[in-house]
Design a protein. Sequence first.
Length: 144
Amino acid sequence: MTVSLVLVLIMVVLYSSGIYLMLERSLTRVILGFLLVGNATNLLLLIVAGKAGVAPIVGGGVAAEEMSDPLPQALILTAIVITFGVSAFLLGLLYRSWRLSAGDSLVDDAADVAMRSESSTMNEGGPDSEPSDTEFDAGSEAPR
């Protein structure tokens, strides 16, 4: 089984750029990153499938070693359908976000900022104190 180095490099570039885009705060870039990761996964399944062979439905004295495995092809079709469905859902979320806020970048709301600042002040107890990043600390009171 020989795998083209070009296919492997393309797959690595697709994965790395897709993950980079998914870490952005813009929903459009997250969707583009998800599409790149989905295409890289399809390429990975194609690479792992092995060498090309005769179609499995061909009869007439063809040995089993000469036939290609149909399972990776079925997995690629399933991955395409799943990627399409999730992309449609994410595009719906993007459209809803655009209609509500006229923008697609995520911003921190007041509760997130307050929780972050509250957590940082609780963790500055001193060198001997253990930092706690949860509200279920032994020293904290129960919420009312």
